[in-house]
Design a protein. Structure first.
Length: 308
């Protein structure tokens, strides 16, 4: 059965650990694995602009012996005349896997349902699971085991990053705290799924509107842009609403002394995070950005091995 990676809880705690182990091995010996030798092609489709996702997947696919086929939906039939499932049936006869950075999660689900090759969510409005693999790899490198750590996410609780932290953190057995204004709360269904997963891994989920409470004693502090792609017209309202959730040196002081700061980038210094925090000694954002490459290579290897 073909495995896909559309959301963070598509894998179990053990499988997440296996992928992170593989990512560490791939990082230690970058050229050791060549499952795409041939070269086999991986379709990498973009509905949204991208820097880290585009570069890390293109470089990673090449590292694995393959050829990345970068497709812009602005110059293809996908989303216009052709459905995601029909596109997938065309591509599966020519590519080894499909990676898609898009808007609606439902499109990814349609694509995965219509193909026999692995489909990877490279970002949707609901989830950013590849980024979370990179984040967890980064945290593990600096902290060791993930289970039992406390991570605080501040800002837009309904964002793809917040919702992926809920699911991926719960899967890892972490204690995930999300502090967000009530109008920007995570979807009820995602919270329920995260709570259910945490009950099986020893983790926990906590939602609040108080950033100080969320950060107190945390091992990791995370934030993301307040104005995601497609939300630009809401900027003034968002900036006003999220003002109390900026990660400052004063807020970081409430976390553990050795707490890490993460941000998936791009960052708006002076908005969601103060410059002295993101550029300071607790910030591991450059390790995090690099680890997109290693985590995604490991994910592709893992999926391809199961696809046969």
């Amino acid at each position: 059965m073909t495995r896909h990676f559309l959301r963070d809880d598509d894998i179990s705690q053990g499988e997440q650990g296996d992928i992170l182990d593989l990512a560490a091995a791939v990082k230690a010996d970058r050229w050791a694995r060549k499952p795409l030798a041939g070269p086999r092609t991986v379709a990498v489709i973009f509905d949204k602009s991208s820097t880290r996702t585009r570069v890390s997947f293109a470089v990673g696919i090449a590292d694995l012996g393959g050829s990345p086929l970068i497709i812009s939906t602005a110059n293809s039939q996908l989303g216009g005349k052709e459905s995601p499932s029909d596109t997938a049936r065309v591509l599966e006869r020519q590519v080894a896997a499909i990676v898609w950075r898009t808007y609606a999660q439902s499109g990814l689900e349609q694509m995965a349902a219509g193909t026999t090759v692995p489909v990877v969510n490279a970002l949707s409005d609901d989830f950013h699971p590849c980024q979370l693999l990179a984040d967890l790899l980064t945290i593990r490198e600096h902290k060791g085991a993930l289970a039992g750590l406390t991570v605080a996410f501040l800002g837009d609780g309904a964002s793809n990053m917040a919702q992926s932290y809920l699911l991926a953190g719960a899967t890892a057995g972490m204690h995930v705290r999300v502090a967000a204004p009530e109008e920007f709360s995570a979807a009820d269904g995602v919270v329920a799924d995260a709570v259910a997963r945490a009950a099986t891994t020893g983790g926990s989920i906590s939602l609040s509107t108080d950033p100080d409470e969320a950060v107190a004693g945390a091992d990791i502090v995370v934030t993301d842009t307040w104005v995601s792609m497609g939300k630009e017209e809401e900027k003034a309202h968002r900036v006003a609403t999220f003002g109390g959730y900026q990660v400052t040196t004063e807020l970081m002081a409430l976390a553990k002394p050795d707490a890490l700061f993460l941000h998936c980038l791009p960052a708006d210094r002076g908005y969601e995070v103060a410059a002295e925090v993101i550029d300071g000694p607790q910030s591991v954002i450059w390790d995090e950005a690099e680890n997109r490459l290693h985590a995604q290579k490991a994910l592709l290897v893992w999926l391809l091995e199961r696809a046969g």
